[in-house]
Design a protein. Structure first.
Length: 610
């Protein structure tokens, strides 16, 4: 009988594992805009290195693919090479024995189909069509293009008002985004190559807390032009603010009692304090924006009147109608939509959930908001029914964790099939069909019916939180083109064959994040300015601190603290606590100043144009 030995890692294995981690960190920190053909070549080489070499498609085919792509990069290819790459990749995909081979081939196939223009540009002109316009990852990934390294450097020097001014150049809602932004800027932070991304939102929060109210800069000279903005949410107010700064008179028409849109009527106070929201809105209105609330365009004022009386019109109505789940019983008395519930809370009309059993249908941030709000309204038990797994939820992980900490239960892989009602049409239970996770569908594994009986979940209230829709009918009646329930607008925000009318934000793209609505308003303002015959640019006279050549050793990321769950779940007070001065200093010092080092040195200065 042969002897067994205990397996221990050799020094070589330890180093290999570290090299794998280094490679993963570099991939995570890659900025968008790198040459896609070059990236495909690099990934293909990595895949080829993993093959066992037993089957011809992997051993020979991947090497051949690699050589063909290198020919494209080095100027030895012809246009026929692209077809050969596609044909070779397809053959490998169809014949490889294992996932290493056919997944590598599929990756090349997707690349050829997705950026064929880049292959052709390399072959015909020896260059890449994908120019690295913004080589700083955090800035490139911020939809509004905020100068992140610049304001972090200002925070490090305790120049908080200047930091807020720099943010506001590209994002008029620094305080709002400090509380609720989904911080896409952190996704590719180059600090990932060392440890963890910088807590950019936390630093922004510290800056706005320390700076207080920072007055906007003076408007440009009046142009005499008037622009109507339909919708007083983050997108509409952003467009109005920038138009006002450019010297055009912005006039906002809002359907609700108060401004803010989904900031007020979709995000609870514990996440975004109303006092801070009102303070920020008042700061924007101080530029001279004219406001008309409780005005419905289409009912109170026809759109054609705005088109006639104003030099331009911007439609930013958001997505504030609820979607039906489409199951029997959803017309019950105690079946309410998340939109309706949060809208009432925004108007300080608190629903009575005291001692009730509540089930929320959905898995996004809105579902987490209504579940956590139900707890604060006195619900005895709150469950979140979701047809996929917990890790497949679209909600931010912090929001899911927050709900779990506050005693909300996630009922994963449970697809609602009907709502049980009593004789008075009041909810008595939600029936669900257990699911099993299945094949991937649009980036996520899709659920399918499990071989199990339906389950009855007793409850008193069902809240439907499966998404929002666009209230587009009045605009469709006015001749605005509608596609799949949303306004059909061009890339520059203009509407085809509707001169002077622009649209952007959720009413065009469907429900998205606050920062995307802000970015859409900013782009629309710039394009409306051009349409009116001007070429204004928003500048900022804040001097950014020079980059310092100091050491930046590996250091842990400082996380924002929150109030204890046992305390916070009983009220709507703010749950998140900001940084201390010590924490902000340390976190700001972690910034690698990618705007001055690496690719950032080629950025050609900070542009003040959009």
């Amino acid at each position: 009988m042969s002897r067994l030995t205990i397996m221990t890692q050799t020094q070589a294995q330890v180093v290999i594992e570290e090299l794998y981690k280094d490679l993963e960190r570099r991939i995570i920190a890659s900025p968008p805009g790198l040459c896609p053909v070059d990236m495909a070549s690099a990934f293909l080489k990595l895949c080829h290195a993993q093959t066992c070499g037993k089957c011809v498609p992997c051993r020979v085919g991947l090497a051949q693919l690699q050589a063909l792509i290198d020919d494209v990069l080095e100027g030895r290819a012809t246009l026929d090479t692209i077809d050969l790459i596609e044909k070779t990749a397809q053959n490998i995909s169809d014949s490889a024995d294992c996932a290493i081979g056919y997944e590598a081939a599929d990756m090349v196939l997707r690349g050829v189909q997705g950026f064929r223009d880049d292959y052709e540009e390399h072959i015909l002109h020896g260059r890449c069509t994908c120019s690295l316009n913004q080589p700083v990852p955090c800035v490139a990934l911020c939809p509004a293009g905020v100068d992140v390294p610049g304001y972090i450097a200002l925070i490090g020097e305790e120049r908080y008002e200047d930091a807020v001014r720099l943010i506001r150049k590209d994002n008029p809602f620094p305080a709002v985004c400090a509380f609720i932004c989904e911080h896409p800027c952190e996704a590719r932070c180059r600090r990932n190559m060392l440890d963890n991304p910088i807590n950019i939102r936390g630093l922004k929060r510290y800056a706005v807390d320390q700076a207080g109210v920072v007055k906007p800069q003076a408007n440009a000279a009046s142009t005499g032009k008037k622009v109507a903005v339909v919708g007083g949410g983050p997108g509409g107010l952003s467009a109005a603010y920038y138009l006002q700064q450019m010297g055009h008179q912005a006039v906002v028409f809002e359907k609700r009692k108060k401004l803010g849109g989904m900031l007020r009527y979709g995000i609870p106070n514990y996440r975004l304090p109303r006092a801070r929201l009102d303070e920020e809105i008042q700061t924007l209105l101080s530029t001279g924006i004219e406001v008309h609330t409780e005005v419905s365009i289409g009912d109170d004022i026809p759109l054609c009147d705005l088109d006639r009386d104003y030099d331009a019109v911007y439609l930013s109505i958001g997505a504030q109608t609820d979607k039906k789940v489409g199951i029997p019983g959803e017309d019950g008395v105690n079946v309410i939509s998340a939109v309706e519930m949060l809208r009432n809370i925004g108007d300080d009309i608190m629903p009575d959930f005291e001692g009730k059993r509540v089930i929320v249908i959905g898995g996004g941030n809105v579902a987490m908001d209504v579940a956590r709000s139900a707890k604060r309204l006195g619900a005895a038990k709150v469950g979140i029914a979701y047809r996929r797994r917990k890790q497949d939820m679209t909600a931010l992980w912090d929001e899911i964790e927050g709900a779990l900490e506050e005693d909300c239960e996630v009922l994963e892989l449970q697809a609602p099939v009907r709502i049980e009602l009593d004789e008075a049409k009041r909810v008595t239970a939600l029936w669900v069909q257990p699911q099993i996770i299945g094949k991937y569908d649009r980036g996520r594994p899709g659920p399918k019916r499990a071989m199990a009986e339906e389950k009855r979940i007793p409850c008193d209230i069902v809240v439907v939180a499966i998404g929002q829709g666009i209230e587009s009918k009045p605009f469709e009646d006015a001749g605005i083109p509608i596609k799949r329930g949303a306004i059909s607008a061009l890339d520059h925000s203009g509407i085809d064959k509707m001169e002077g009318i622009f649209a952007g934000g959720d009413c065009v793209t469907g429900p998205a994040t606050v920062i995307r609505a802000i970015a859409a308003g900013k782009v629309a303002a710039a394009n409306i300015d051009t349409y009116l015959g001007y070429n204004h640019s928003i500048s900022c006279d804040v001097k950014i601190p020079d980059a310092k050549g100091t050491d930046r050793p590996k250091c842990g990321r400082v996380q924002l603290k929150v109030r204890d769950a046992s305390e916070r779940k009983h009220d709507f007070d703010e749950i998140e606590l900001g940084f201390t001065c010590e924490e902000a200093k340390q976190e700001s010092s972690r910034c690698l100043r990618c705007d001055h080092f690496g690719f950032g040195v080629f950025k050609g200065g900070r542009s003040t144009k959009w």
